[in-house]
Design a protein around this ligand. Structure first.
Ligand SMILES: Cc1cc2nc3c(=O)[nH]c(=O)nc-3n(C[C@H](O)[C@H](O)[C@H](O)COP(=O)(O)OP(=O)(O)OC[C@H]3O[C@@H](n4cnc5c(N)ncnc54)[C@H](O)[C@@H]3O)c2cc1C
Length: 430
């Protein structure tokens, strides 16, 4: 028997302010179930909730606690769409699947906010829009193209020019932005805990401190060993994202598990918060390296972006983000930064989310490429449908083969170089 190791939550603002967690004790007796899900983030929890709603016998095995991974530590931005533009998606996957992917991905924010309302999850959710902002000509051209493609499909988006962006952000930095009214924000750890609570109330079993150690066939079923007990299941979903290990051969090497970091201020005065973002949308930059920010319901500025490729503990570990914020709003100088933390997300080589079915009754979903708050929540419905007998063709995402990334072992060097080069170009204004 292996001793379970429950890692504490990263030292985030969310860990200090979330609603209490529902108890999720470790699995300590053997279980026989219809579906076993490995990973207790938005993907795993939403799938479990939608399975349990239909009366399916489902367990979630989470190595630490629900929301411990990216789901409880992210920027809290509920952003619509995929990384690629609609025309590109149709070109890559053809008209029929491409259109379904677009409809699905741009509706994920409404889906998520409806889910929050339906289960009355207390997670400070709002729908004040998402700004995708450009500070150089190349990015501005890209954003204009995206906006045109969205507008021609009848989506509720607007292109904002320099003056409008100054009014929206109190900063001169942005040339333009696309405002998508479907976007919003929430407290991600409270949301993850709310999903876990809803799934358990609907009949799912969620086990914390229960790492899946191995996955193997036992006749027509799957057998998952954990530190204290074993689960046998008809079907399995792997939802381990940036923490994917070697449970399934080659899977770990299909994603680059990059860290993203966030620094948070103490609550700002109403006057300062209004000067930065009077109408409280969320914003992410379309630049060499993505910076994203929002002001939460308690007037704290949360500033996110790429940081060190190892775990951090305090805002001083990501002083780059603080300096960047002070460059956008010099009046922030002297404000106290109370928290700095990070977590890992999964980037795929083609920047699309990946759904795999490498063999019968095994489903894998990972790689939301930094846009998983809404996307992973909505994927839960699609994955649940497939796990109770729907066809793979009904999933509004392509089912692809497992293709390990070439030279995967070199990713830390490549990512660090990209981040440093991006920062240098940002400083030079190119
Ligand atoms: C700092 C940061 C900021 C981000 N900001 C945003 C944002 O603002 N908007 C947005 O849309 N997206 C954002 N993202 C991305 C988003 O958080 C993710 O796409 C989403 O949370 C993925 O959910 P998930 O359930 O797939 O993975 P995760 O939440 O990472 O969950 C995976 C879980 O699997 C567990 N696990 C792994 N292996 C095992 C095992 N063998 N046995 C048991 N359990 C296991 C882990 O402990 C973990 O809890 C951000 C990500 C990060 C890291």
């Amino acid at each position: 028997m292996t001793t379970p190791v429950r890692l504490p939550l990263p030292p985030s603002l969310y860990a200090d302010t979330a609603v209490p967690a529902v108890p999720t004790p470790p699995l300590d007796t053997d279980r026989r179930v219809s579906v076993a899900i490995v990973g207790g983030g938005f993907t795993g929890l939403s799938t479990a909730l939608h399975l349990a709603e239909q009366g399916t016998d489902v367990v979630v095995l989470e190595a630490h606690e629900p929301g411990w991974g990216a789901s409880g530590n992210n920027g809290g931005q509920i952003n619509p769409g995929l990384k690629h533009d609609p025309d590109q998606i149709e070109a890559d996957f053809g008209g029929e699947l491409g259109r379904r992917m677009i409809d699905f991905a741009y509706d994920t924010t409404n889906f998520t906010l409806d889910l929050v309302r339906r289960y009355q999850i207390p997670c400070e959710s709002r729908q004040n829009g998402t700004l995708r902002a450009a500070y150089n000509e190349a990015a501005a051209t890209g954003i204009k193209t995206t906006a045109e493609q969205c507008i021609s499909r009848g989506m509720p988006v607007k292109l904002l020019g320099r003056e409008e962006m100054r009014a929206m952000t109190g900063s001169d930095r942005y040339l333009c932005a696309m405002l998508d009214e479907r976007g919003g924000d929430l407290h991600p750890l409270s949301y993850a805990r709310g999903l876990a609570r809803a799934a358990i109330s609907a009949g799912a079993a969620v086990y914390g401190e229960t790492k899946a150690l191995s996955l193997s066939r036992e006749g027509s079923r799957w057998r998952i060993t954990t530190p204290r007990a074993t689960v046998t299941a008809d079907k399995v979903l792997l939802a381990t994202n940036g923490f994917t290990d070697d449970l399934w051969p080659g899977l770990r090497r299909t994603v680059v598990p990059v860290f993203s970091s966030i620094a948070a201020t103490a609550p700002l005065s109403d006057e300062l918060a209004r000067a930065i973002m009077p109408s409280r949308p969320v914003l992410y930059e379309s630049g060499h390296i993505t910076v994203y920010y929002r002001i939460d319901q308690r007037n704290r500025l949360l500033m996110g972006g790429r940081g060190p490729m190892h775990w951090i503990k305090s805002p001083s570990d990501i002083s780059y983000l603080i300096r960047y914020a002070e460059r956008l709003w010099p009046q922030l100088k002297g404000v106290s930064w109370t928290h700095g933390w990070n977590s890992r997300l999964a980037i795929t080589a083609d920047h699309y989310p990946h759904v795999h079915e490498p063999t019968r009754n095994l489903l894998i979903s990972l790689g939301c490429n930094g846009r998983g708050v809404a996307l992973s929540s909505a994927m839960g419905v699609q994955l649940a449908r497939r796990l109770v007998g729907g066809t793979s063709a009904e999933i509004d995402m392509p089912i692809t083969g497992i293709k390990p990334i070439r030279m995967h072992a070199l990713w830390p060097v490549a990512v660090t170089a990209t981040v440093l080069a991006g920062r240098a170009r940002d400083r030079l204004g190119i």
